[in-house]
Write a protein that binds this ligand. Structure first.
Ligand code: NAP
Length: 329
């Protein structure tokens, strides 16, 4: 079987390569998955660069998530059968044609789920859910605001916000990405520039949000802070501009704004395992009924790994880059 390996951290297309090794054999309580698709997320690129919150144990196989088909069971495995569609609930090492995981770490999905969407279930839908729930869900009918709204994670926020009866105001840096946000269920989309706060204030029915969701930093995050209601919270979960937050003292003193961070890994770790499984079962149903959909820009076979990593590192992609892990090598 082939898998992706990097022996040192650095630029992902430069340090990553495809290697061949024997198929792993599942031991007691373990299951082998023949992987179908795995996305290249910003976190995967950061992991290979060595700038992610969890450092690689080198040499390492990247891949925070993915979907596969069960093809072999070790001894003492019940409730999982060959042919089942399943995702690993733990992170790490999904960019491989076959992986072995403890049966307890897998979630079996409905057989008719779209495999590309299933490959992206673990990270962004759960992140969006956590952002909307981890500090108390905003009241039904209220507004939330977010930046980087063209991202896959933001599309999950948009559709879940609508599903939960919230209104979303969305800031995009490229006006041409507004239509996709509206199609996902956004109430309003604005270009992320200095005019956004004044334009937002004039939206009929708009009321300042108690929750702002920041994946950019810098000036964009400052615009979110200016849009928040007094006492509101900005949750930061990404730093796409790589610019630090700018927080005028007065916004803390006179508006009593709160700044939080959100990391899916940390949030999931403090939930009871049964709650994690029921969260993902719920999210899988929302994928199955089309409530949650993440756009896909392109799929690449493993032999075109270099091109896939370059494509995933470019801006204005309009969707995720997926590795197709069963295309003939
Ligand atoms: N904390 C967590 O647990 C967690 C979990 C999931 C995701 N995340 C983070 O969420 C963010 C989005 O992830 P994703 O998977 O949804 O990514 P994605 O689909 O690849 O989208 C990337 C987004 O970043 C925007 N962007 C790229 N460079 C930018 C820049 N220099 N300034 C402003 N915006 C920029 C893109 O805008 P264009 O479309 O205009 O190029 C796009 O909206 C990432 O930072 C990721 O690490 C964090």
């Amino acid at each position: 079987m082939r898998s992706v390996l990097f022996r040192e951290t650095g630029s992902p297309p430069s340090v990553s390569s495809v290697i061949s090794s024997p198929d792993p054999i599942p031991g007691p309580g373990e299951v082998r998955l023949r992987m179908r698709f795995a996305p290249i997320n910003p976190a995967d690129l950061n992991f290979i660069e060595g700038s992610y919150g969890r450092k690689p144990d080198l040499p390492a196989t990247p891949g925070m998530e993915g979907v596969g088909i069960v093809d072999a069971l070790g001894p003492d495995v019940s409730n999982i059968n060959p042919g089942d569609v399943a995702i690993p609930l733990g992170p790490g090492g999904t960019w491989a044609e076959t992986i072995v995981r403890p049966a307890a770490d897998l979630l079996v999905l409905p057989p008719d789920i779209d495999l590309q969407q299933a490959a992206m279930l673990r990270v962004n839908p759960a992140t969006a859910w956590g952002l909307l729930h981890s500090r108390g869900q905003p009241a039904k009918g209220s507004w939330i605001v977010q930046n980087a709204a063209s991202s896959a994670a933001a599309h999950c926020v948009i559709s879940l916000a609508r599903h939960l009866g919230l209104h979303s105001l969305n800031l995009v840096r490229r006006p041409e990405s507004a239509d996709a946000c509206l199609a996902a269920g956004a109430d309003f989309v604005l270009t992320d520039d200095a005019s956004a706060p004044a334009t937002a204030a004039a939206i009929p029915g708009f009321s300042p949000p108690s929750l702002a969701i920041n994946a950019v930093g810098g000036d964009s995050a400052l615009r979110l802070l200016n849009l928040l209601a007094p006492g509101g919270t900005m949750a930061t979960y990404g730093a796409m501009s790589r610019q630090p937050l700018k927080v005028p003292n007065g916004l803390l003193i006179f508006k009593d704004l709160h700044l939080n961070g959100f990391w899916l890994t940390r949030w999931l770790a403090q939930l009871p395992p049964t709650e994690v499984r029921s969260l993902y079962t719920n999210l899988a149903n929302l994928v199955l009924n089309g409530t949650i959909h993440q756009p896909v820009a392109a799929t690449y076979p493993l032999e075109n790994l270099h091109d896939a990593l370059v494509h995933a590192s470019t801006s204005a992609r309009g969707g995720k880059i997926l590795l197709d892990l069963q295309s003939p090598g």
